[in-house]
Design a protein around this ligand. Structure first.
Ligand SMILES: [Zn+2]
Length: 67
């Protein structure tokens, strides 16, 4: 098997959120140094980001078994 440095879907998605979804929709604060935290139980990935300005919590949940 050829296995280069493939990134897992989890990492790619977290990177996506880190790049594009750090502006708070409530107050417009851009958390440039922030990042989404992620945790998984093997079936779902749960992403979370809390706005440091107004405290708004945003969440994404991704189901892994694509069905
Ligand atoms: Zn905010």
């Amino acid at each position: 098997m050829e296995g280069h440095s493939e990134k897992s879907p989890m990492e790619l998605l977290k990177h996506h959120y880190d790049e594009t979804e750090l502006v708070c929709p409530d107050c417009g604060y851009e958390d440039e140094d922030g990042s989404w935290s992620s945790e998984t139980d093997g079936r779902e990935i749960h992403y979370e980001h809390e706005c440091p300005s107004c405290g708004a919590l945003r969440e994404h949940t991704l189901t892994l078994n694509g069905e």
